[in-house]
Design a protein around this ligand. Structure first.
Ligand code: M6R
Length: 366
């Protein structure tokens, strides 16, 4: 059932071109401008008229929410708060009329997420669920929602669920933005086309596997890693670090690159691998400076860059070139080599990647 792969995690990483396409199937057609999420009907106007969106999730799903925050604010001009479910549920949060809650969960069974939703519901919020498991508790508690249709995810490390969550959340944001008129017709169509191309860009990124194996071999004994990104790629840095921690047991931290100078820069020396997610986007120049700051302190830089970048390869120790994509969609492409990096390092260290120690696939206790 691993389809010839050594582990479920690797199979699921390689399934992503298909799982992302499955997620869009019947929902999006760029050539006709069609974008419909069948599960969001009766309450669609609540979402479009929302004064604020509160996103609730844990772990990797929380990282997907962070990317979605940037997308919703940019496209829909609706303020978004991203909450750890475990914090939200215990702090007497302010929920106003006009607030809409979006709960994100692969399993649909995460205890904290479920409890946070129940709390929001008791205060009168309308809740949209973004789940992978059909008929799960979170799907049932939601007023409406959209499934990610990524297929069963068995590996404890979430991979294809993350990219499918981003696909669904982007589709929701585009639909809301289009109906509200907060983006131009032209931008709407451009993004539909870009989104439709993501599966083939992910396919191309998977071809980087051999290169990632080489880099993994060089860094497999590292004791620490830093992951840095800005803008849409900041949550990708968090996700890369989480993947490495959970399956290889190497300490890793993700940060917005500019926060480095507020503390973590003290950690940088010739022993410290720093993974930069430095694709061509609106924060490119800024991240180039951050790479220089790390190199000046002899850190070892592994940079994820856009294909054809000529500047960063001159500064970084290793570069991984991913295909160009719209910056809002780049997380789905840029995360691929990071998933592979954590996978190969874990395998090389002899770790049980599909069932890492102390972890369960769904966290049904708080
Ligand atoms: O099923 P959920 O998406 O609600 O799970 C949330 C987290 O437990 C999950 O993403 C966890 O962080 C993963 N092991 C990360 O790979």
């Amino acid at each position: 059932e691993k389809g010839g792969y050594e582990h479920f995690m690797l199979k699921e990483i390689f399934e992503q071109p298909k799982s992302i396409a499955d997620c869009m199937r019947g929902r999006l057609n760029a050539s006709t401008g069609h974008l419909v999420l069948g599960g969001i009907r009766e309450y669609a106007n609540k979402l479009e008229g929302a004064e604020r969106i509160i996103m609730i999730a844990c772990g990797t799903s929380w990282h997907a929410a962070l990317v979605a925050e940037y997308i919703f604010e940019e496209l829909c001009r609706i303020p978004v708060e991203v909450e750890y479910a475990s914090e939200f549920r215990y702090r007497n949060p302010v929920i106003n009329e006009g607030d809409v809650v979006v709960a994100i969960s692969q399993s649909g069974e995460t205890a904290d997420t479920l409890a946070a939703m129940e709390l929001a519901k008791s205060k009168g919020a309308i809740i949209f669920g973004v789940c992978n498991v059909v008929g799960s508790s979170i799907a049932r508690v939601s007023h409406e929602g959209a499934y990610t249709h990524a297929g069963p995810e068995i590996g404890v490390a979430s991979t294809k669920a993350f990219t499918a969550q981003l696909t669904v959340l982007t589709m929701i944001a585009l639909r809301v933005a289009h109906r509200k008129g907060s983006i131009t017709e032209r931008k709407y169509h451009e993004l539909l086309v870009e989104l439709e191309q993501i599966p083939s860009k992910v396919e191309e990124s998977l071809k980087l596997n051999d290169k990632v194996v080489e880099i993994s071999d060089i860094f497999k004994e590292a004791r620490n890693f830093l992951y840095l990104g800005r803008g849409y790629n900041f949550p990708v840095a968090l996700e890369g670090a989480l993947k490495l921690k959970e399956i290889s047991y190497i300490h890793a931290e993700g940060y917005p690159a500019a926060e480095m100078k507020h503390g973590p820069i003290a950690l940088i020396d010739e022993e410290m691998p720093v993974v930069f997610i430095a694709t061509r986007d609106s924060s490119y120049d800024k991240i180039v400076s951050n790479i220089q700051e790390v190199k000046a302190r002899k850190g070892r830089v592994i940079a994820i860059v856009t294909k054809g970048d000529v500047l960063i390869p001159k500064m970084a120790d290793f570069v991984i070139e991913v295909p160009a994509a719209h910056e809002a969609l780049m997380p789905m492409v840029a995360v691929i080599p990071l998933q592979l990096l954590s996978y190969h390092i874990a395998v090389m260290r002899g770790c049980n990647v599909d069932q890492p120690r102390n972890l369960a696939k769904s966290v049904t206790v708080e």
